[in-house]
Design a protein around this ligand. Structure first.
Ligand SMILES: Nc1ncnc2c1ncn2[C@@H]1O[C@H](COP(=O)(O)OP(=O)(O)O)[C@@H](O)[C@H]1O
Ligand code: SF4
Ligand SMILES: [Mg+2]
Length: 325
């Protein structure tokens, strides 16, 4: 039996795309058969360029949208079957932290109300202890009690993201999905928020799905990494193994892209035969035939143009590339 907290099984989300008169119906395959699982207390990083389907996966994990196919299994239950009290409990157990901390905070609510609201909704704290609970939450994310009566605009971007993280923590969730939580922040602040997430995870044992377009930032936080390209996972491995020897040419390309937070990988030489920015990122409406990465891959050979490589496991590594099959 799988004891993972979260199991994603062949998850798909296809949106109808606008098509011209008389044209056959087309679909945006935003997510097209993604599978992975996350151990309790583990950190899984989902990485890929903008538009590859990361947020769509996040929305399906949170049951904000329903999948076209496949399942999200949380604590052994397919979340599609949840209703009533069990759905309410699920909504408490799984929280999200978004990219833009300003857009996700109500500008007219003081911090004490923003953080107190979920405690009241879920009936977690008696009214007379609310203030103390919120002060403790603030402490968790490195903010002092002077923040209590302030409004979002009175904080910096990094502080606002700390408040969003505190709000996610308020209901003691089992899983937090952090969807590019660093992307809207100044480079100098990103490492601080990354450290905060690392701290929280160590202290509270929360399971984390960490989403990023920058592969380099996930190195120190995640246990396992799934690299997404056009709605599919093209490589999945333990973080250590992935960084020590990336297999898929796309993973190599991502590792080569300039990291925002400086890490050891920054000096890695360009892998032989890889031409960066060789072609535009194809759209998930017109996924290229064969290997979806072939228009950008300098290692491509004949078979790549026609045959889709499956994600195959070999020696504990999973790679979707004909070079490894
Ligand atoms: N509601 C929607 N209707 C149609 N297409 C969508 C919708 N949501 C996302 N998409 C498309 O699905 C693809 C994946 O989007 P998204 O999951 O937001 O990617 P990411 O988070 O990796 O940048 C994109 O091409 C996007 O335009
Ligand atoms: S299957 Fe071919 S085109 Fe695709 S990544 Fe591998 S070598 Fe490149
Ligand atoms: Mg996104």
């Amino acid at each position: 039996m799988d004891t993972s907290l979260l199991v994603i099984d062949d998850l798909k989300k296809h949106y109808p795309a606008r098509s011209g008169f008389g044209e056959s119906k087309r679909f945006v395959k935003a997510v097209d058969g993604v599978s992975f699982s996350v151990a309790r207390d583990g950190v899984f990083a989902l990485v890929g360029e903008s538009g590859c389907g990361k947020s769509t996966v996040a929305r399906m994990i949170l049951k904000l949208i329903d999948p076209t196919g496949g399942r999200v299994v949380f604590n052994g239950t397919d979340i599609a079957t949840l209703k009533g009290d069990r759905l309410k409990a699920f909504r408490r157990s799984v929280q999200i932290v978004f990219q833009d901390p300003f857009a996700s905070l109500n500008p007219r609510m003081r911090v004490i109300d923003t953080l107190g609201e979920p405690l009241i909704i879920h009936d977690l704290v008696p009214k007379n202890q609310l203030r103390d609970s919120v002060v403790r939450l603030l402490e968790h994310v490195g903010l002092g009690p002077e923040a209590l009566m302030k409004y979002p605009h009175e904080f910096s971007g990094g502080q606002r993201q700390r408040i969003c993280i505190a709000r996610a923590l308020a209901v003691s969730p089992e899983l937090i999905v952090a969807d590019e939580p660093l992307s809207a922040l100044d480079v100098s602040i990103q490492a601080q928020i990354l450290n905060l997430l690392q701290d929280i995870r160590r202290r509270s044992g929360i399971t984390l799905v960490f989403i990023s377009h920058d592969l380099n930032v996930v190195q120190y936080l995640s246990d396992e990494v799934g690299v997404m390209y056009l709605g599919r996972i093209v490589e999945m491995a333990k973080t250590e193994d992935l960084f020590a020897s990336p297999k898929h040419p796309y993973t190599e390309l991502l590792l080569r892209s300039v990291p925002k937070i400086r890490t050891v990988r920054a000096e890695t030489p360009l892998p032989v035969g890889l031409k960066e920015g060789q072609a535009d990122i194809p759209s998930p409406i017109d996924v290229p035939p064969g290997c979806p990465f072939h228009p950008r891959c300098a290692q491509r050979f004949e078979r790549c143009d026609t045959e889709v490589p499956a994600l195959i496991e070999r020696n504990g590594r999973r790679v979707a590339c004909h070079l490894y099959q």
